[in-house]
Design a protein around this ligand. Structure first.
Ligand code: MSP
Length: 526
């Protein structure tokens, strides 16, 4: 096995419960993971939790729990979310695991040994809430500190610094030569704009353990713990290294006790990091510089998504403006959630969740669009031909071919919204075909039997192709379509979307609704 397509999500802080924004990122990454598998790639998909740092320490203290116990409790909830979202993950990392602590220690030692880390005294201002040092540039014009910094206190302490500033020019050059490293383009411009206009400072990568105990000790100075972002970013390297991937262990140097490689472990460098717009700087500036300084090959791409709001306002537990992904799944089903999130919002801009918008897409596109098509196709085939597939014919073949080619191209470009739109051109085309050909009329006229065969074939074959195209997006719906078509092979290979796959004589099953219509069903039937 060659190098696998290795993709990751951001790892979530264990300081609260998941909301739909977290679910969105994981679903986007899952669709990409499944799309690559469908295109024939070997894939490794990683997600997990970011458990150290002040935010988590404070949340644990508020809950009156020891931080580890607190994280262990939340980890159960977050892993449950990964299961309920149907994530096809290959591993789930928690930054409190020994395998991660070993890799953080190793990369710190490596950079320290290479002269990239030094100790210096710091006197200045510190935001307790944001866990970050502030400079005079961060003050409001009137000299006060913005409310977002929370409590700002004067601080004098010794810390350890990573020589980030010296790599600025290299990074600008790297970004210029690799236009796809940060996507979409608008985010790339933002990063380049920032790097061209501001001078990078060295990065403080330690916190005195006396002030913040909840972290990974610096291996060469255990009175300090590692800055949470340095710790968290390293998770992407932890998993390949702890599986013995030679390209990952090479980054860590001879001190790292590299395990024997697990068969088929060729992961590093990561191909894709899917992250939200608020953490671009960490992924597109700190992370590539950390890797470059350690002599490591860089990831292929940082793909940046926007943020969800609800009804035009920020998601917030305090105001109750939240969408609980589990509640949506319980009421509408997982695939309805996956569909809405990916179809409504392109990867990049911000999105706005409305319950009405959700309901409307569900009814129009899932129930009346896709669900109705399958229902009609199978119903008529059962009613008029005992469920037996007629001879292959190709009236919709060209439309299907266009949808397949567009979907493939858009999936390769990670334009998931565009791919769903392309798939729905076939859904709509096939539904229109029913209106145009009127098979229920043809069925009444024995002289039209041949024509009816043609129509029925084109409808069921379109449904089969749709199940293949939909596999990355709506895996369980895709499997259900296949089951109703009584097909044995799996729909999860794009190569199976070639026209003519359904053979004459094959017997399909009975239709079962994919998406029960919600507007018609009374909520509390009496
Ligand atoms: N722990 C860091 C990430 C470390 S990655 C090495 C973190 N955690 S987080 O829990 O605050 O956010 C996790 C991801 O969820 C981020 O990519 C963030 O952008 C995303 N989202 C948080 N709220 C969101 C929305 N409202 N909408 C979409 N994504 C959102 O940052």
């Amino acid at each position: 096995m060659g190098k696998r397509f290795y993709l990751t999500t951001a790892i979530d802080y264990t300081n609260g419960s998941p909301h739909v924004g977290h679910a969105y990122e994981k679903i986007v990454a899952d669709v990409i993971a499944r799309a690559h598998r469908s295109l024939g790639d070997e894939v490794f998909f990683l997600t997990g939790l970011d458990e150290h740092g002040l935010k988590v320490q404070q949340a644990a203290a508020e809950a009156g729990l020891d931080p580890q116990k607190y994280c262990d409790g939340l980890a159960v909830q977050w892993k449950e979310l990964a299961t309920r979202l149907g994530l096809s993950i290959d591993d789930f990392i928690r930054t409190t695991e020994p395998r991660h602590k070993a890799v953080v220690a190793a990369i710190l030692n490596r950079l320290h040994g290479a002269g990239e880390i030094y100790k210096a005294a710091y006197t200045g201002w510190y935001s307790v809430r944001e866990e970050t040092f502030l400079t005079e540039k961060d003050r409001n014009p009137d000299g006060t500190w913005d409310a977002r910094w929370g409590q700002v206190v004067p601080l004098e302490e010794e810390n350890w610094y990573f020589r980030m500033a010296r790599h600025q020019e290299w990074l600008v050059d790297y970004l210029e030569r690799n236009p796809s490293f940060v996507q979409p383009q608008s985010r790339r411009n933002e990063v380049l704009g920032f790097l061209r206009s501001e001078k990078l400072e060295d990065l403080c990568i330690s916190r005195p353990a006396s002030r913040l105990a909840w972290g990974i000790p610096l291996p060469f100075a255990p009175e300090w713990v590692t800055y949470v972002w340095f710790d968290a970013l390293t998770n992407y390297l932890t998993v390949p290294a702890s599986m013995g991937d030679p390209a990952a262990t090479a980054v860590l140097g001879p001190d790292y006790q590299a395990p024997a490689p697990v068969a088929g472990t060729s992961l590093w460098p990561a191909d894709l990091h899917v992250v939200g717009k608020d953490i671009v700087k960490f992924h597109a500036v700190y992370w590539p510089i950390m890797l470059h300084a350690a002599g490591a090959p860089l990831p292929g791409q940082v793909l940046v998504h926007g943020w969800w709001q609800k009804d035009g306002h920020k998601l917030s537990k305090t105001t109750g403006n939240v969408v609980d992904p589990i509640a949506v799944i319980d009421e509408w089903g997982l695939d309805a959630l996956r569909y809405y999130l990916v179809r409504e919002l392109a990867i990049g801009p911000d999105g706005n969740w409305t319950d009405e918008g959700f309901r409307s897409r569900y009814n129009a596109e899932l129930a009346n669009g896709l669900g109705n098509l399958l229902n009609r196709a199978l119903n008529m085939l059962n009613k008029y031909r005992d469920g037996i597939v007629p001879a292959v014919s190709d009236e919709l073949a060209a439309d299907a071919r266009t949808a397949v080619a567009d979907t493939e191209r858009l999936l390769r470009a990670h334009d998931l919204q565009g791919a769903l739109a392309a798939i729905w051109t076939l859904v709509n085309r096939a539904n229109l075909y029913v209106e145009q050909t009127q098979p229920f009329r043809l069925a009444k006229d024995p002289a039209q039997a041949g024509r009816l065969d043609v129509v029925l074939y084109n409808l069921v074959e379109s449904c089969r192709i749709l199940s293949v195209l939909l596999a990355p997006f709506l895996p369980s719906t895709s499997a259900r379509i296949h089951a109703q078509l009584r097909l044995d092979e799996k729909p999860d290979r794009l190569a199976r979307a070639a026209w003519g796959g359904l053979r004459a004589g094959h017997k399909v099953g009975a239709p079962e609704p994919l998406f029960p219509r919600k507007d018609l069903a009374p909520k509390n039937p009496r």
